[in-house]
Design a protein around this ligand. Structure first.
Ligand SMILES: O=C[C@H](O)[C@@H](O)[C@@H](O)[C@H](O)C(=O)O
Length: 467
């Protein structure tokens, strides 16, 4: 009997199969947005077992387990890895319809050769089988990256990070995958956060001087961009729950900063004025260094107070927001573009209702000499499943140029998530193959295959100016 994950998985036409197998399948991976721990790559971490590498840190799985009613101790708590794996095995069959069902099957097959579907009936056999393999060199952090044919990885890093691990990785010429940082200054922009004064103190330690004014805050961050650039960084990233746009003169910015550090509560307008000025200053610096810039818009972070207190951020409780932000977004982009300082930019939305807004917005700020300067980015987070990817591909096709798209990313904290690129490539090839079978595109598979290869690899290689 044909296994559930077979070579033509998701490929529903001959054209799709040709496009995938002959054009997409063997291409290297450029993972320009993820949350892998650079220390684990630097140390070439060896994982204790399948539960650690597969369940640890993966809040997608944690959400599914919670939805199934599994106790937190078997998710992030003090249950043994074996108990956690057994619980995941019990729940997995019931994730059918959720991307985890496909991703898990792809990961077990791609890395461990497991074709049967994991369940509570066979978990022990599969657990032992995977752990035997995990003890081998091909299953260390670098082993998994190398066998996944990953050419480049951009981790996600805070301005105060010293990037020592990236330096260590770059120094090892035996390891062929490029690993560079991403400058992610969310904490510096979120002046209203309770942790903001502590973050300023951390930044002071990093730059070696007191930060007592807005001007010094901006100077410190621009210095950190310089440092990141010297360390090989070529991309920034901003997560916005609320997208600000409010102009203010320097004197007002200084008052705002002073009020915040003296513990006064700021108005929404004041927070927006600070964030707008600082974002635009950093955006101009990104452009000066010819970096790309990512904007991840629309997540509501840490809505579950009880669990945030217990587990902290990025633990599977963030939600999709429904704020509209087209007015503020175009003003931010225009604020940089009008002086010729808009960097290559990738726009991601978490609420799919804004797909067309971003796809259209991208088309309004393109730049001469750069193919796809402004991108409507891949299906992000709650949109990185089959339907979300197809919606993003459709919006981009309808309102922009799919052929210029820089393609997928893992956005993951797990070293087994590279099969998300396979998942995307299969979906993309099936979608474009469908255009041929429905007569919406000519059956020129050589030309369409070229577009597939651009989306899966060449566009990103060029866009991020990789060697
Ligand atoms: O896929 C989930 C993501 O990793 C999510 O956890 C966030 O980290 C998001 O990508 C971001 O970069 O703000």
């Amino acid at each position: 009997m044909k296994p559930f994950i077979h070579e033509d998985f998701l490929l529903q036409s001959e054209e799709a199969r040709i496009l995938y197998h002959e054009y997409a399948e063997a291409l290297p991976i450029i993972d320009y947005h993820c949350h892998l721990d650079p220390k684990a790559i630097a140390d070439n971490k060896r994982f204790n077992n399948i539960a650690e590498v597969w369940l640890g840190g993966d809040h997608y799985k944690w959400r599914a387990l919670r939805t199934f009613g599994i106790e937190e101790r078997y998710i992030t708590g003090n249950a043994s890895d074996e108990e956690k794996f057994a619980k995941w095995s019990e729940v997995l069959p019931y994730t059918v319809g959720n991307p985890l069902y496909h991703w898990s099957a792809l990961e077990l097959k791609a890395y461990f050769g497991v074709e049967e579907q994991l369940s509570q009936d066979n978990w022990r056999k599969i657990y032992d089988h995977c752990n035997t393999l995990i003890a081998q060199d091909g299953f260390t952090a670098r082993g998994l990256i190398t066998r996944s044919r990953v050419k480049w990885i951009c981790t996600t890093d805070d301005p105060v990070d010293d990037l020592r691990y990236h330096e260590q990785i770059a120094g090892d010429k035996e390891f062929k995958t490029g690993v560079t940082s991403t400058f992610r200054p969310d904490k510096a922009l979120l002046i209203e956060a309770e942790s903001f004064p502590g973050y300023v103190a951390n930044l002071e330690q990093t730059v070696g001087y007191a930060i007592t004014s807005y001007e010094l805050m901006e100077r410190a961050l621009l210095e950190r961009i310089e440092y990141f650039d010297q360390q090989g960084c070529m991309i920034s990233d901003h997560g916005f729950s609320h997208l600000p746009y409010a102009e203010a003169p320097p004197s007002v910015l200084e008052t705002i900063f002073s009020k915040r550090l003296s513990g006064e509560t700021l108005s929404r307008l004041e927070c927006d004025q600070y964030a707008t000025a600082l974002f635009l200053a950093m955006g101009r610096k990104y452009a000066a260094h010819d970096w790309a810039m990512q904007l991840h818009i629309g997540a509501i972070r840490n809505p579950n107070t009880r669990m945030f207190r217990e587990l902290g951020p990025d633990t599977g409780f963030d939600i999709i927001g429904d704020r509209s932000y087209a007015d503020n977004l175009y003003k931010l982009l225009d604020g940089l573009d009008r002086t010729g300082e808009l960097p290559r930019t990738i726009l991601y939305n978490l609420n799919a209702v804004q797909n067309d807004v971003l796809a259209a917005m991208a088309g309004s700020f393109q730049g001469e000499g750069v193919k796809g300067k402004i991108q409507f980015g891949s299906g992000w987070w709650y949109n990185d499943q089959k339907d979300g990817m197809i919606k993003q591909i459709t919006s981009l096709s309808n309102l922009g140029l799919l052929s210029c798209f820089v393609g997928m990313l893992t956005d993951s904290r797990s070293f087994l998530s590279y099969t998300r690129h396979e998942y995307f490539r299969r979906i993309l090839c099936n979608h474009i193959g469908g255009w041929v079978t429905s007569g919406e595109a000519p059956r020129d598979l050589s030309f369409l295959g070229g577009i597939v290869q651009d989306i899966c690899y060449h566009n990103a290689n060029r866009y991020f100016q990789l060697t």
